[in-house]
Design a protein around this ligand. Structure first.
Ligand SMILES: [Zn+2]
Ligand SMILES: [Zn+2]
Length: 245
């Protein structure tokens, strides 16, 4: 029975592929080849953050001639994470795709996003042993129905064969959406908004904190602070970084 249904499933899938070829989950327009379509792959390649960056927060430097160094912000303040990296610049098709993923319930995007992030995690100076998504407040979770960072962290934990903990880092209060706020307001908005429920869960762990977009870094910094207090070394991995030009 199991064999029959597996074979039947495969046959149905190939039949459906003839009638409806797999469509690229990014543009939802062209035929998918691998994870995405060819034009989307080319566009994403152009958005990859490859140049010199801050060795702490991952900020890309405008001058391609510079080498990696610590940026002014990170020189001024102690960062609660060891390093933060984003795979891509937050713009173009990717920005729209992230928007659809978060607000349009396009869960299908978790797989390509998570895979790209897993490949990118190789650029960290040491391998993390546990993936932790930036949590949503329970009220936000109820209205959105899912946590996009958890979907990404789940793919990453599977691909990298590392643990996943989405229960012990918690958002203690509801915060205004960061998107409407400036840098200072963002910092205040999330100050003290996270807690670790069971600190021993993170003691001496190499935590990979996962989020979709890094804008000012206020949210991941607050999360990293409480994780560090619990005894973790924290690395931050985000899909995209908003870059002011
Ligand atoms: Zn495409
Ligand atoms: Zn920096």
């Amino acid at each position: 029975m199991g064999v029959f249904s597996a074979a039947g499933g495969a046959m149905l899938k190939s039949l459906l592929n003839i009638i409806f070829p797999d469509v690229c989950p990014f543009c939802e327009e062209h035929e998918q080849q691998g994870l995405l379509c060819k034009p989307c792959c080319a566009e994403l390649d152009g958005l990859r953050i490859t140049g010199p960056t801050c060795i702490v927060c991952g900020l890309p430097f405008a001058s391609q001639a510079a080498s990696d160094h610590t940026c002014g912000q990170c020189l001024k303040q102690d960062m609660p994470f060891i390093e933060a990296r984003s795979a891509f610049e937050y713009s173009g098709n990717l920005r729209e795709a992230i928007h659809r993923f978060k607000y349009g319930r396009r869960f299908i995007l978790a797989r390509p996003f998570g895979r790209m992030l897993s490949d990118f995690a190789a650029s960290f100076s040491s391998k993390p042993d546990i993936a932790v998504p930036v949590p949503l407040h329970k009220k936000r979770l109820r209205t959105r129905g899912f946590n996009q960072s958890l979907l990404l962290a789940r793919v990453i934990s599977k691909r990298l064969s590392i643990g996943l903990d989405y229960l012990n880092l918690r958002r203690t209060r509801e915060t205004a959406p960061q998107i409407e706020l400036n840098t200072d307001e963002r910092k205040k908005n999330v100050a003290g908004a996270f807690e670790v429920i069971n600190p021993p869960a993170f003691k001496d762990r190499n935590v990979l904190l996962v989020d979709d977009v890094f804008t000012t870094g206020a949210t991941v910094k607050e999360c990293a602070k409480v994780l560090k207090k619990a005894g973790a070394s924290v690395r931050v991995l985000t899909l995209a970084r908003a870059i002011q030009k």
